[in-house]
Design a protein around this ligand. Structure first.
Ligand SMILES: Cc1ncc(COP(=O)(O)O)c(C=O)c1O
Length: 442
């Protein structure tokens, strides 16, 4: 008997149930407003600060009263048509100056900015070399790119790999990837500087919270590509607002402004707003205006959004976020200490939960566990917002619950979190010993 044609909906449903059977089904969720936030990327909790809220509303008022033509509700079109406005241009200039960059171009999101940049800036035959844990938006940009080759290097490993067995089976370090490129087929075009090599890294890695070895990365690129055709691109989505003087980012903290080709700062994380800016040269900005499709073919962000970005930057520039940053660092250390003391009591099941003993340098602390969904659910039932992060968002075997700390979190909330984690650990132990007792009775 031949089966009839399968409807599209049947195919989609089958794909979804296959995802579900592999515990990979994604779902939209909401939590009661009384829940404690250990999940959002709003690290500085800026939107909760009364002064920030007042400044935001005052900006909206002043835009609304300045001219009836100012598009407050919606921008009215693409930046290239009717969606441009003087506040967008002045904001771009101010933000670029704040981060010590020659120019900047606003995008509706960091995702759009990365897709826009990587899809059009690398030219045919160029090469993109990227950290293996680079964000999905850069992967999508690379898919659309005309670059000849896209090569991953081992996460945050600059190299060289001398005497290490680790690279034999897996990826090479950055030095190894670049050296192979220079000495392989077509390497003379790279050596002569005829082809550009783009090196894509994040400032702070979103899932692990570790910080790029940026000074070493820049030095490696300069050493191996001395003709100036190595271009480092830094995605500062999770370092914006947190690193460097006044939160200018990792590149500024390290004084590498003149050594990177472009930087992405997003406003949806520590800045508590929405949108992004690609910092670059004036020529690159003009090129993006001409070729970056996620900028050209979309409605520009409205002034209400520009107002929230401006207010967040004004807050940083006035040094008022400095105390928030130090409070956040203190909370991060406290959380890490408590979690380490939980895992130190886990002699019976060390594989159940792992916390990196190194002191975290960002407010992102991953709790590695093969039972990420169960741990997250246990915490959620106790009013703590924590989310499981599973494959394919992170590599298989690296499932985790991702803790994000915020300036508005309190020590009491963190103690509650540690208690919930410890309680979950004990429950796992109890159910495991219950199972083994049952087995021995059979
Ligand atoms: C490293 C990184 N880059 C880019 C993005 C995209 O930024 P946005 O949320 O503004 O689209 C994200 C967001 O998750 C991110 O984590």
């Amino acid at each position: 008997m031949t089966s009839g044609p399968r409807s599209l909906e049947d195919t989609l449903a089958a794909r979804l149930s296959s995802r579900q059977s592999h515990s990979r089904l994604r779902r939209l969720t909401t939590f009661p407003s009384t829940s404690i936030d250990f999940s959002s990327n709003s690290y500085l909790s800026l939107p909760l600060i009364p002064e920030v809220r007042r400044a935001y509303l005052a900006h909206i008022e002043s835009y609304a009263s300045s001219t009836p033509l100012v598009p407050l509700f919606g921008s009215g079109g693409s930046r290239l048509l009717d969606g441009n406005a003087p506040p967008a241009e002045s904001l771009e200039r101010d933000i670029a100056a704040f981060h010590h960059a020659p120019a900047g171009l606003l995008f509706n999101s960091g995702f759009d900015a990365n897709v826009g940049f990587f899809s059009c800036v690398p030219q045919p035959g160029d090469i993109i070399v990227y950290d293996e844990l680079i964000h999905a938006s850069i992967h999508d940009g690379m898919r659309l790119s005309r670059a000849g080759r896209k090569l991953a290097f081992r996460h945050n490993s600059v190299g060289p790999d001398v005497g290490s067995d680790e690279h034999v089976a897996g990826l090479k370090c950055l030095d190894g990837v670049l050296s192979k490129l220079l000495n392989g087929e077509g390497g003379e075009d790279v050596r002569d500087g005829k082809k550009s090599v783009f090196v894509a890294v994040e400032g702070v890695y979103s899932m692990d919270g570790d910080v790029a070895a940026l000074a070493e990365i820049v030095a490696c690129v300069k050493r191996l590509l001395p003709n100036g055709n190595g271009h480092v691109i830094v995605d500062e989505a999770h370092s914006t607002g947190l690193f460097g003087k006044q939160g200018r980012g990792l590149v500024c903290e390290l004084g590498l402004e003149d050594s990177v080709f472009a930087r992405l700062h997003t406003f949806g994380k520590a800045m508590g707003s929405y949108g992004a800016i690609m910092l670059c040269s004036a020529i690159t900005r003009e090129y993006l205006i001409n070729y970056a499709r996620p900028l050209i073919y979309t409605t520009a962000m409205p002034l209400s959004c520009l107002a929230s970005i401006k207010v967040a930057y004004d807050f940083l520039a006035s040094n008022q976020a400095d105390d928030l940053r130090s409070h956040l660092r203190e909370l991060t250390g406290y959380t890490h200490d408590l979690l380490l003391s939980v895992t130190s009591r886990l002699q019976d099941a060390p594989e159940l939960l792992y916390v990196d003993p190194g002191v975290p340098r960002s407010p992102i602390i991953p709790l590695l566990t093969p039972l990420a969904r169960s741990l997250a659910q246990h915490c959620q039932e106790r009013g703590l917002i924590l989310r499981p992060i599973v494959a394919p968002t992170v590599p298989k075997g690296k499932e985790r619950v991702r803790i994000c700390l915020h300036a508005a979190n309190t020590r009491a909330q963190i103690e509650e979190l540690a208690r919930a984690v410890e309680e979950w650990v004990r429950l796992q132990g109890a159910s495991a010993s219950g199972e083994s007792k049952n087995k021995s009775r059979l």
